[in-house]
Write a protein of this length. Structure first.
Length: 522
């Protein structure tokens, strides 16, 4: 039913005493489809008529299936019948359940990119080689079609200082960060973020400004050396940028389309902890920063600095720790502004149920997986005040039921996407032989795994200190799948998106090694 027609129907019955069951079946289904999945289930439990209607409706069953997997309907997917969408979702989930790595397709990376930094998303692998080179260049590979270097999109720059790059093929967006040593102490800026297209290597047509400037925070002196570091985190229309020189540092957030964000920079945490922070977006209005605790900032108003909402205590020391997220993919734009020419996604990850990973290195090497909803919606009255200052929410209040800890060897790798985490785990008793383990935290996968004994619901108990009697207990349920394929030390990295698992390896051929990527499509 068209929304306009639906509005007219509601207007006709708004002043009457007609109940939901008195409405036409089509209108009942439409109203139910607007509810969250848990409310649809509640309706089914309270009325046999509604239960029968839900069982007979492909659209409502599809919505319930999405809800059980922490997914949302993607825009543009309505041209496909709901029954077909539901079957495609089931087939996609089953392919991950099998976790068959023997179907991998091997790609040989170009030799000039063996030492490049690598990022992956929307089926595209980006290889960035910057550093102190005569030229700096990136290569972008579509892992579904790549068969040789001639099919790689390449960009080369001769500017002296390119700090970092980021690409999003779904929006034909290439972000390049330039560092300026010679602007002098009077300059307000040291870093410039350029917004170009990948396809044409020109200013992006959807960006109001071609360049964004990271605001300098300290005014007493300019940088005195070529030392700098930077990091870009991306979330749809949002860019989070961290830049550091020997005299200054800044964490700033912009909307790259509108250019808003010239005053949206974090300062408080740097004053307390000047080490390089790690951060990610929780959703389009919240930024998560790891300092002495986990800090959640509101970025709903980009014309002002982020506002601290909550702080969450962690069970381990955060020195050397870092965070990452399974952020939902950015929305795919119109085809003319996208390099991704496959069918638009039919579902996307619910940002309230993404996964946050915290890698601890001290006093133990632990991988802690956290459900982001625990940070978005903390327990009522859990935020304490002491002398007018916000006190971090204790770990025991928010953490154990919303997280799962894994002993994580420093040499082992992991990847995340959606509700899934894939990690390399030592296969005892061999010291340098590993399995790949898939942990799926979606409730539907856990429920299904309970029938075959692969659901992990018992708490994980790990000492807080080596030899200590104080324990960290975590109990977020997950479905566990172990690969039959064994690996040795040639596995360098693991990368994932919704449909792919990439295993980056260094394969020894005679004397020299060769970097390859095994691509498994699900």
């Amino acid at each position: 039913m068209h929304p306009t027609q639906f509005a007219r129907e509601l207007e006709c019955i708004s002043d009457s005493k007609i109940s939901l069951l008195d409405l036409a079946d089509e209108l009942q289904c439409y109203i139910l489809s607007l509810l969250p999945p848990q409310d649809i289930i509640r309706c089914a439990l309270t009325s046999r008529i509604l239960h029968s209607m839900i069982q007979a409706s492909s659209e409502l069953k599809y919505l319930l299936e999405l809800g059980a997997r922490r997914l949302l309907i993607a825009s543009g997917s309505y041209n496909i019948p709901a029954s077909d969408r539901r079957q495609l979702l089931k087939d996609h989930v089953k392919s991950w359940d099998k976790f068959d790595l023997r179907t991998a397709r091997r790609l040989a990376l170009p030799e000039q990119h063996y030492e490049s930094s690598k990022t992956f998303g929307h089926s595209h692998l980006t290889l960035s080689r910057l550093g102190n080179l005569t030229t700096r260049h990136i290569g972008i590979i579509d892992v579904d079609t790549f068969s040789g270097e001639k099919e790689m999109t390449t960009r080369v720059w001769s500017e002296p200082w390119i700090a970092s790059t980021f690409s999003d093929p779904s929006q034909d967006l290439l972000i390049r960060v330039n560092y300026f040593l010679d602007l002098g102490a009077s300059s307000k800026y040291y870093f410039r973020i350029d917004l170009d297209t990948i396809s044409e290597n020109c200013a992006h047509p959807l960006a109001r400004h071609h360049s964004l400037w990271a605001l300098r925070r300290r005014g007493e002196s300019g940088p005195t050396s070529a030392y700098f570091s930077s990091k870009i985190v991306f979330y749809g229309e949002l860019i989070g940028f961290y830049g550091h020189t020997n005299t200054d540092q800044v964490l700033q957030v912009w909307n790259w389309k509108t250019g808003d964000g010239s005053n949206c920079f974090v300062t408080e945490e740097f004053e307390k902890d000047p080490k390089n922070p790690t951060f990610c977006f929780l959703d389009a209005t919240r930024l998560l920063l790891l300092g002495d605790h986990l800090h959640v900032y509101s970025i709903s108003d980009l014309s002002h600095p982020p506002r601290l909402l909550h702080s969450f205590a962690l069970p381990y020391d955060t020195r050397g720790a870092r965070i990452s997220s399974s952020s939902p993919d950015a929305p795919v734009l119109r085809e003319e502004h996208s390099l991704v020419h496959t069918r638009p996604p039919m579902w996307i990850q619910d940002p309230k149920h993404q996964l946050i990973a915290v890698e601890f290195t001290y006093p133990a090497s632990i991988l802690l997986i956290i459900l982001s909803n625990a940070l978005i919606s903390p327990p009522p009255k859990s935020t304490l005040q002491h002398g007018g200052q916000s006190v971090p929410i204790p770990w025991t209040v928010w953490g154990p039921a919303n997280s799962r800890a894994f002993v994580h060897w420093p040499s082992c790798q992991f990847g995340m996407s959606g509700t899934r985490v894939v990690q390399l785990v030592r296969a005892a008793p061999e010291p340098f032989i590993y399995n790949l383990h898939l942990a799926d935290f979606s409730p539907a996968s856990v429920s299904r795994a309970q029938t075959n004994g692969k659901a992990i619901v018992k708490p994980t108990i790990i000492p807080l200190q080596p030899g200590s009697e104080d324990m960290m207990v975590t109990s977020l349920p997950y479905a566990d799948v172990t690969s039959e394929v064994l690996y040795d030390d040639d596995l360098i990295n693991i990368m994932m998106d919704e449909d792919h698992l990439l295993l980056l390896k260094n394969v020894q051929e005679l004397v020299f090694g060769e970097d390859v990527v095994d691509v498994i499509k699900f």
